[in-house]
Design a protein around this ligand. Structure first.
Ligand code: ZN
Ligand code: ZN
Length: 269
């Protein structure tokens, strides 16, 4: 393409870079910034993908060997619904596209970069990936046990427990205490029982954190802070577990302001 199509002269006599429609992010309608390309061939800004991709738990729950631990699993590409075509996809940073738009519109790209850095600092938002395992182990009834009870342990394992406030576990209502709250790991419950049923667990994040997931629910105190999970007990082969990966957002502004209150409190005293 001829360069005079890309460069206009504004009334002040300065060169103005005019972006081609193809080089704009379809979400924010600005020049692609830190572009990612999805498996469904959509190109958008990394931040736009993170903010708009619909990451649901059910779509990516994968049964994995019982022995796999959160620390064993290296965060790969999270499967998410493409904000453009709604198909399940993953996105990769594209240095090719980045280089191309950076070369084509150096001024605009630099401005986008500066804006992004400023926004990140202003909003003080950071995104972290969490790997969550949900499952159970089981010991089948022994020969001497005439009651035929299965000795099972349900668990939720999380790759970073420092962001978790509590895990609420909801058993079948026929149990004496069907609702249990675990304030620290292990987030688990062990019981004896005859049959399998669906256990619900709500993973509730600490104040200032929220789940980036369409499945997340509000708590009394914070929006999108609770992630409801479901697991059907498995009494075969010593148990089973499933893995999913999700992103959480941290708003450090909240942490910052509470610290300020503490500081001002100590100054006045
Ligand atoms: Zn964008
Ligand atoms: Zn797509």
């Amino acid at each position: 393409m001829a360069s005079n199509e890309d460069v206009n002269i504004d009334p002040a006599g300065e060169e103005v870079e005019v972006e081609d429609d193809d080089d704009l992010c379809p979400i924010c309608r600005q020049l692609l910034h830190r572009p990612v390309v999805t498996e469904c061939s959509h190109t958008l800004c990394e931040l736009c993908m993170t903010e708009w991709a619909d990451v649901s738990v059910t779509s990516q729950m994968t049964v994995v060997p019982l022995a796999e631990r959160p620390e064993d699993f290296v965060a790969a590409n999270i499967q998410a619904k493409c904000p453009m075509c709604r198909t399940m996809t993953s996105a990769k940073r594209s240095s090719e596209v980045e280089e191309r738009v950076r070369r084509k519109y150096p001024g605009v790209y630099e401005r986008r970069e500066e804006e992004a850095v400023r926004d990140e600092a202003m909003k003080e938002v950071s995104v972290e990936t969490l790997t969550v395992y949900i499952g159970n182990t089981v010991i089948p009834p022994g020969g001497e046990d005439e009651r035929g009870l299965f000795d099972w342990e349900f668990f939720v394992k999380i790759s970073d427990t420092s962001v978790v406030n509590e895990v609420e576990i909801l058993l079948h209502e026929t149990f004496k205490k069907p609702r249990l709250v675990r304030w620290k790991p292990p987030y688990a419950v062990r019981r004896l029982g005859w049959g399998t049923f669906i256990i619900r667990a709500n993973v509730i994040l600490k104040y200032g954190y929220s789940w980036i997931s369409s499945d997340a629910e509000d708590t009394k105190y914070a929006t999108k802070a609770s992630l409801p999970l479901e697991w059907e007990l498995c009494f075969d082969d010593g148990g089973s577990q499933a893995r999913c990966q999700l992103k959480i957002k941290k708003e450090s502004r909240l942490v910052r302001s509470s610290r300020r209150i503490l500081e001002s409190g100590s100054n006045s005293g």
